[in-house]
Design a protein around this ligand. Structure first.
Ligand code: CAA
Length: 258
């Protein structure tokens, strides 16, 4: 499929999606978000793909939602079109792991997109921020909920109420990102990490991602008992038998995804 504002590539078992509106610093307009949802769903369904990477370019991962597209809208326009729910909820339902590979500006909806991924690999030039307050609005795609969970209330308040921007190093210190690399290698490293995950036992990966994400949504006791059910369920898979036999026989496991 040909897209207007994204480019998709396959690197072994990794589906790579490049946000591609460089002149607008990859601002997330509704066409781009719709294309991103379709590309992620397509990779999620593809048997040969085990994980995905979303990236921008060196200058910007994404500088936020498209301000020019939103500026004239009324509350009623926003509510009835509800473009955030219609595309962002589709991103949340992706089953395979997604890594954001972030360089340069990662602001507003761009930062929210990176945080909606399962891991973030950053370049040393990455800058994370929620500048919505400068526009007279607040974040609308999850930042008020995800930033405090990632970095704590104090830093979240500074970022959202006072537009504090975090450098890649600060984002790493605050556990917002997993790894930081020089700009020349961050994307390659993100693809490498995705590839390592993509070749692991697919059913276990899917249930593990679901269980971790559930920890943000539920009571500890419910999360722990759901985790236990998934743990028991995996004992009906070919991969559990293969994984344990391979350990005992001192060889590499051959995963079947069954
Ligand atoms: N929406 C639309 N266009 C954008 C944009 C955005 N979020 N961010 C940048 N652009 C456009 C600029 O308008 C400019 O286009 P023109 O050349 O046609 O004028 C082009 O991208 C390059 O930008 P700058 O000239 O501003 O580049 P700079 O290097 O001087 O500054 C920047 C970079 C600091 C990131 C600056 O562009 C900026 O502040 N952008 C807006 C960031 C922002 O406020 N994001 C939050 C959006 S609201 C949101 O995301 C809501 C939500 O939670 C869902």
């Amino acid at each position: 499929m040909t897209y207007e504002y994204i480019i998709t590539e396959v690197h072994e078992k990794v589906g790579l999606i490049r946000l591609n509106r460089p002149k607008a610093l990859n601002a997330l307009n509704s066409i781009l978000m719709g294309e991103l949802a379709i590309a992620l769903e397509t990779f999620d369904q593809a048997e040969e793909i085990g994980a995905m990477v979303i990236t921008g370019d060196e200058r910007a991962f994404a500088a936020g939602a498209d301000i020019k597209e939103m500026s004239g809208k009324s509350s009623i326009d926003m509510l009835f079109r509800d473009s955030i729910s219609s595309t962002w909820d589709r991103l949340r339902s992706i089953k395979k792991p997604i890594i954001a590979a972030v360089s340069g500006w990662c602001l507003g909806g761009g930062s929210e997109l990176a945080m909606a991924c399962d891991m973030i690999v950053a370049s040393e030039t990455a800058k994370f921020g929620q500048p919505e307050i400068n526009l007279g609005i607040l974040p609308g795609a999850g930042a008020t909920q995800r930033i405090p969970r990632a970095v704590g209330k104090a830093i979240a308040m500074e970022m959202i109420l006072n537009n504090r921007t975090l450098s890649a190093e600060e984002a790493y210190q605050f556990s917002l990102v997993n790894r930081v690399y020089p700009v020349e290698s961050y994307l390659e490293k993100a693809i490498e990490l995705a590839q390592e995950i993509a070749v692991r036992a697919p059913v276990a990966i899917r249930l593990a991602k679901e269980a971790i994400n559930q920890s943000f949504e539920t009571l500890l006791s419910e999360g722990v008992s759901d985790e236990r059910r998934s743990f028991y369920l995996l004992f009906s898979t070919v991969d559990q038998k293969e994984g344990m036999e391979a350990f005992i026989e001192k060889r590499e496991p051959q995963w079947k995804g069954k």
